[in-house]
Design a protein around this ligand. Sequence first.
Ligand SMILES: [Zn+2]
Length: 456
Amino acid sequence: MHSIFARMALLSEGWAENVRLQVDGGRIAAVEHDAHPSVGDVKGGIVIPGLVNAHSHAFQRALVGRTEQRARVTKDNFWTWRSRMYALAQRIDAEALTTIARQVYCEMLCAGYTGVAEFHYLHSESSESGPGETMLQALATAADDSGIRLTYVPVLYERAGFDQLEPNAEQRRFATTLNQFETHYRAAREIAGDRFTVGIGAHSLRAVCAQSLARVAALAQTDGVPMHLHIAEQQREVDQCLDALGARPVRYLMHHFELDEHWCLVHATHMDDEEVAALAACGAVACLCPSTEANLGDGLFPLEKYLEQGGRIAIGSDSHVTINPFEELRWLEYAQRLVSQSRNVASGRHSHIGRSLFELAVAGGALASGRVDDGELRKGACADLVLLDEDSPMLLGHECESLLDALVFSGFTLPINRVMARGEWCVIDGGHVEAEAAKREYARTIARLYPREARA
Ligand SMILES: [Zn+2]
């Protein structure tokens, strides 16, 4: 049992003052308004809900800063980056995945992410001939050690491209047959129990054939779990999809499937106006990863038109070049300002951009992680929350109208004091309680992946 007293808290009904939260069994057991602090309360200035990181490839944390060297001959792009990423993926065993994921999940918690949807396709350990549960167990262990709330999204990956029906050599570890995938998904549900949530992923239209996508989408619908896929990250993908399927990716998907709030479309970057309107109207979540999309030179999501039509969004740190949800939201808005030569572009329920983007990301993240009722702070919801330091210079003088604007649009160190996930304190005094152990193990893994003699 934990109790928290906050001078201000962003509850499901909006900002409230002098709020006392009681937490029991991982859930918010009581919410008292106009309360007074009691003995034993953790006293926090400001409490806000934690955010879900709706798209993560944990192992790619070990690639950050290692692909920023300009090639002499070719022009670098997403596809040249992907070759480097594949080279790393080949060397990730269960031990490496455990330590890298534990480190990155600890970093996420320190930044205010309390949940993560892990879009996972490294299904086989080197000792396994097909998809086993070893790599899944590595992620579950990392989530348990860090305390983050995990949504495991196993990903179906069948082929190298629309006209390449087999995977490439470097994609063999990702590849499964449809039957193997369904067996793995069922095993994951058994292992999960109450420990984590399980969704379903299809890598992309190019990597999964139409019949298989229909099968796994039907399975997701039957089980009521979120259905994730990469959709239109690169212009080359859009062109290939037009050639192979006769339609742009989002249009193709909308035409062949009944999309709803269970769907999470990652990198719906390249859409025409009709696709924007259709995606906004269907209620699916567009998962945006601004720092990764910028790092990889993907293109720009049509945010203004999409939000004006009521579209849903979530955010993800994807390749983990940035692990800061507020920075993701800031750059989501800034990129739009740069191309439109205007200000305050994103629209939502509030005229304040920081608050609108934050609340959209909380709501979309809850859907994408399959925890529809848990995003906001209310009695009965999961206790996933962030305590902000109201004495931080970043927040001084800000009250409820502008507080989230200050948080999103200030580029300083985050003023996060404590973070609670699954009802337990994971971050205290700004640091993760297992940070030292996680860092030590991560350092060992990095030394193994990048031996010193190879560093010249
Ligand atoms: Zn991805």
